[in-house]
Structure formats: C-alpha cells, structure tokens
Design a protein around this ligand. Structure first.
Ligand code: DQA
Length: 144
C-alpha cells in the first residue's frame, strides 16, 4: 500500500534545530530509514515537508486521488494551531497516526493541546527519531 509521511514547519531543520529536544538525526536520514522499512515490507512510502499550511493541506487533498492508504503526520507547531489541517484530514477521511519527536506532554502547556489526537488512529510521542519507526510499524500492522 501507499503510505504518506507528512512533516510540518521547521522539521526541514532537524539535525541542527534544538538538538537537545529533537536530536541529531536529519529529516533526510529519518525519511531514508522509513522508506527502506516500508519497501522491505512490500509497501511504498512518500514523504512531504512544508513550512506552509496551505501546501500541507493541498498535499492531503491530493492523497485522496493518489491511492494513499495511510498517513503518518508530524504536524509540528501546526499541531497546536491548525483547525484547517484537521479539517483537511477529516475531509479526505484517511486513517492517520500523529507523531512527535519530543514528549509534548512534558513541555510547555501550549504544546499539550493537539487539534489531531482525538481524530487520529493513535499518537506516538517522546521517542525522538524512533517515534517515526514506531509509527510506521503501527501503520504496517494495520495495513496487513
Ligand atoms: C514537535 C512538537 C511541537 O510542539 C513543535 O512545535 C515541533 C515539533 C515534535 O516533533 O516534537 O515543531 O511536533
């Protein structure tokens, strides 16, 4: 099946961005690892990062037409702000997992509300780059 991995704003800077909170792995290395895991399991993974809310919304709309079966999304700061991204996921009605590198519940109060968690299949946070492979593992289990 086709899996879409979405990354919100500032995640293009992973590796150098607040490494104490987000680790040293770059987005390219995380995506490369996940592509290999998905492929080995007989699936294909497509990845898209944007700092722009509208670009992420457009990509979610496109997922309805391109055969995407499952979405993994780290909405980054849009987690806490974006009703529009929430509505896009509801509109395409594709199952998705919300994931975060950091444990958002152990951080500032404004990070403890998500516009996605109540409509997600599940939420994974706090395991750094490993949050991505855990989320993929959960997705693969649901797809087989
Ligand atoms: C994040 C957590 C968000 O609160 C933050 O705005 C991010 C990254 C994470 O992966 O830990 O940009 O989604």
């Amino acid at each position: 099946a086709r899996i879409l991995l979405l990354h919100g704003p500032n995640l293009n800077l992973l590796g150098t961005r607040e490494p104490d909170k987000y680790g040293h792995a770059t987005l390219a290395s995380i995506v490369g690892d996940l592509e290999a895991i998905a492929q080995a399991a007989g699936h294909e993974l497509h990845s898209f990062q944007s700092n722009a809310e509208h670009a992420l919304i457009d990509r979610i709309h496109a997922a309805r037409e391109d055969g995407t079966a499952f979405i993994l999304i780290n909405p980054a700061a849009f987690t806490h702000t974006s009703i529009a991204l929430r509505d896009a996921l509801l509109a395409v009605a594709l199952p998705f997992i919300e994931l975060h590198l950091s444990n958002v519940h152990a951080r500032e109060p404004f990070r403890q509300h998500s516009y996605f968690s109540d409509i997600a299949v599940g939420v994974i946070c706090g395991f750094g780059a490993h949050s991505y492979s855990l989320a993929l593992q959960a997705a693969l289990q649901r797809l087989t």
